[in-house]
Design a protein. Structure first.
Length: 378
């Protein structure tokens, strides 16, 4: 069969370019279409170097040609990236912490979706993989990491580093940990305004002897507020991971969380979404899955927003019990949960690698007004 170039262009008009709202032909992304018998080569130019966007464009092109032109067509897609380069003077790297290679913010749009539990289990899985890991519990008003790591009675000690007094993080399961929970009693409510909370966080970030870390995970409070802006103002975040449960109420808030990180004023890459409490499997019915909170809601949201889906974690009683007991569930050797968290963590690491290979350093932001932010060179 001989393919028709006009039919192929018409098929490509059904594909929208991510972030532009126009189809591939209208936007000028399609630079050339070459046909020979049943073979077609589509030359495409994109403005973003993100690998998942490039892969999505390739898949969409092949699918459109197969569906609208010829299902057995041999399709090759050549993608060229012409991302506008930033001047060196405008690349803002924030106050990087010496020795820390990657800083990952773990967030959720709303509370109760298992964000802190997910953070703890990813941290111990990273450590089991051989990485050097730290966790900063930035959930000022509801710190839970000391309980989850069974160190709620521990206190950071003072050590001298290069002639300066620093806090030595508490260590548990090979994780370095700092939390406001170490400095307050369990029954004490933290009643702080935003500036006080931000100051406490800055001290835990920059006045701590973190040493050499491959990953520092920051467990953010729910929502999109002061603490999030303070963290992103202080640090060059490598990327953000958003945790959500599958139901519509949680997904609506998760979508806002993603929008915050991707907003023009902040521009923190979103590494992907994790679906927590995805389904329930009774112990006596190991082959059954009950979708209590809805099915694949976070997975569908990731697809709609064109960001990676990092995996799903089932609703399992032992995850909660392990967190309460102070021994994260991912430490359960040769268990189903160990495999679940290994898969999710591998996906997180893969996205960090892709992000570091394809995107420039994350900018820090400066709070300029109560209504917004702007970039500032550190």
């Amino acid at each position: 069969m001989k393919l028709d170039r006009k039919e192929i262009l018409k098929a490509l008009e059904t594909i929208t370019v991510a972030g532009e709202g126009k189809n591939m032909v209208e936007s000028g992304a399609v630079k050339n279409v070459i046909t020979f018998a049943d073979e077609v080569v589509v030359e495409l130019t994109l403005n973003t170097p993100a690998l998942h966007i490039k892969k999505r464009a390739e898949v969409d092109i092949i699918k459109a040609i197969h569906e609208h032109v010829y299902e057995k067509a041999k399709v090759k897609v050549n993608i060229k990236v012409e991302a506008p380069e930033k001047a060196e003077s405008s690349v803002i790297k924030g106050n990087a912490i010496p020795g820390i290679n990657n800083i990952i913010a773990v967030a959720s749009g709303k509370g109760g979706v298992g964000k802190s539990t997910t953070t703890a289990n990813i941290a111990v899985t990273l450590a089991k993989m051989g990485f050097k890991v730290g966790v900063l519990d930035a959930d000022i008003y509801g710190p839970s990491m000391p309980i989850m790591f069974d160190v709620e009675n521990e206190k950071p000690i003072s050590v001298e580093v290069d002639g300066k007094s620093k806090m030595k993080p508490v260590e548990s399961y090979e994780i370095k940990l700092l939390s406001i929970g170490f400095f307050t009693s369990p029954s004490q409510a933290v009643i702080w305004r935003g500036p006080m909370a931000a100051k406490a966080l800055n001290q835990m970030i920059f006045d701590a002897a973190w040493g050499e870390l491959d990953f520092l995970l920051i467990d953010l409070p729910p929502g999109t507020g002061d603490i999030h802006l303070s963290i992103m103002q202080s640090l060059p975040i490598t990327g953000a991971v958003v945790v959500s449960t599958p139901q519509a109420v949680a997904l609506a808030d998760a979508k806002k969380g993603v929008a915050m990180f991707l907003s023009e004023a902040i521009q923190v890459p979103v590494l992907g979404i994790i679906e927590n409490m995805a389904y329930f499997t009774p112990e006596e019915l190991p082959n059954n899955k009950y979708y209590i909170f809805g099915k694949e809601g976070a997975k569908n949201l990731a697809e709609d927003l064109q960001i990676p889906f990092l995996g799903e974690v089932p609703l399992v009683q032992s995850i909660r019990e392990a967190g309460d007991y102070g021994r994260p569930a991912a430490l359960q050797t040769a268990s189903v949960l160990e495999k679940v968290y290994e898969e999710v963590t591998r996906n997180v690491v893969s996205q960090v690698v892709l992000r570091n290979e394809s995107l420039p350093p994350t900018e820090a932001i400066k709070i300029t007004t109560m209504a917004g932010c702007s970039a500032v060179k550190k």
